[in-house]
Design a protein around this ligand. Structure first.
Ligand code: ZN
Length: 72
């Protein structure tokens, strides 16, 4: 019965349901940090993708270095 009231109490600063999924292109994982899953958040930190989940212009180059770094 109190369901409707509860819905209205959701504060504005809470990210919408849509963004609870990773922003990464084609990624269906749950967002954990800053709208990304753990893996894509790493990508974002490394500059591979923008905050919108778009690939950086030099994604291929960056990804190469990213994976090389990870493997070492
Ligand atoms: Zn992801």
């Amino acid at each position: 019965m109190a369901d409707k009231k509860f819905e209205k109490q959701i504060p504005n600063n809470v990210v919408s349901l849509e963004s609870s999924r990773c922003t990464g292109e084609g990624c269906k994982k749950k967002a954990e940090k800053a709208g990304f899953c753990a893996e894509h958040f790493d990508w974002f930190k490394a500059g591979l993708i923008t905050k919108d989940g778009m690939k950086a212009p030099d994604f291929d180059k960056k990804h190469y270095h990213y994976t090389a770094k990870k493997a070492s």
